[in-house]
Design a protein around this ligand. Structure first.
Ligand code: ASP
Length: 331
């Protein structure tokens, strides 16, 4: 474990949140604080590889009611690399199956002296509900199609590392906007940092009503590719759809997959992102997923830095207090 200046640092006084529930309600300054803190942790840990002790003595519980490959592991590793203990709650072998309510279960976990809960649930608003009932920090790791704030932050962090200032950058979010929590968190975060956002996909998955938020809506990927500095290629969320929003996956891929041909018509330094899991041949071809402009694995690596920042800001040491003060905002 290394000793770094961060070991003795307290959470900035302007960060007043106990929870991270969404990006929609954060201010641009708060989004920047999260990203700047992630940069600090990435540097202080030699690219998130070395350990720090800034959360020693803290216990983080991961409470996942939906599958996860990257997010759960990334939160667990981030917490351990900051010196915290991590407990994974397994919903299927818990008393929830004996009829205990979700809130009672969470309150029982809280009574054991934990410091934060990282929750993923199929129902939008679940983390917000938990935050109303718990005194410990609640971090949203994905609530149905609503938001996935750490995914949005790590995508934006990855773009910012390459482009610096985001104001004036054009970012295309392509795919299943209707069911994608990643799209929503990206959209809020990017807009707050002054980026131009284009939502692109079939009309059944990208409503024109998004324009009311001040973003551009397009149903023609070929038309937007040459204008974009970044393309974030989102998976079709088949598991959230009751009916097929397009005739066939083949037709979708023909119109909306990022292919080598489309790449030829893009800006030379276009950045390719995808939140993962990627479905090669559907939203992106294998060649593009693995091309030099693809930052897909870099996003995963940056997820650690972002989650370190989120864990530290929500349950790290505060000046003059051992934890968030009662007056802190509850979102
Ligand atoms: N991993 C991201 C999420 O949990 C994106 C996806 O599943 O398509 O939302």
């Amino acid at each position: 474990m290394t000793t770094a200046p961060l070991d003795h640092q307290t959470v900035p006084t302007h960060w007043t949140h106990r929870h991270l529930l969404d990006l929609e309600r954060l201010t641009p300054t708060e989004v920047r604080t999260l990203l700047d803190t992630a940069t600090l942790f990435k540097e202080a840990t030699g690219g998130c590889r070395r350990k720090l002790g800034v959360l020693a003595g803290k216990t983080i519980v991961t409470l996942f009611f939906e599958n996860s490959t990257r997010t759960k592991t990334s939160f667990a590793l981030a917490a351990r690399r900051l010196g915290a203990d991590v407990v994974d709650f397994s919903a299927s072998s818990s008393s929830l199956s004996k009829g205990e309510s979700f809130i009672d279960t969470a309150k029982n976990l809280e009574a054991m002296g934990i410091d934060a809960v990282v929750v993923r649930h199929v129902t939008p608003g679940t983390p917000h509900l938990l935050a109303q009932h718990l005194d410990v920090g609640v971090i949203n790791a994905g609530d149905g199609p609503h938001e996935h704030p750490t995914q949005g932050l790590l995508d934006i962090f990855t773009i910012r590392e390459r482009l610096g200032d985001l104001s004036g950058a054009t970012v295309g979010l392509v795919g299943d906007i209707a069911h994608s929590r990643t799209a929503r968190s990206n959209l809020w975060g990017l807009m707050k940092l002054g980026a131009k956002v284009i939502l692109c996909g079939p009309p059944t998955l990208v409503s024109d009503r998004w324009r009311e938020l001040g973003v551009e809506v397009s149903h023609d990927l070929d038309a937007i590719v040459p204008r974009c500095d970044v393309l974030n290629l989102l998976r079709i969320q088949f598991e959230r759809q009751n009916t097929r929003p397009f005739p066939s996956v083949r037709e979708y891929a023909h119109l909306y997959a990022m292919t080598r041909d489309r790449l030829k018509r893009a800006k030379k330094d276009l950045l390719i992102l995808a939140p993962g899991p990627i479905n090669r041949g559907v939203e992106v071809t294998a060649e593009v997923a693995d091309c030099p402009q693809s930052l897909i694995l870099g996003q995963v690596a940056n997820g650690l830095a972002v989650r370190m920042a989120v864990l530290w800001l929500t349950c790290g040491p505060r000046a003059g207090a051992d934890g968030p003060s009662p007056g802190t905002k509850v979102y």
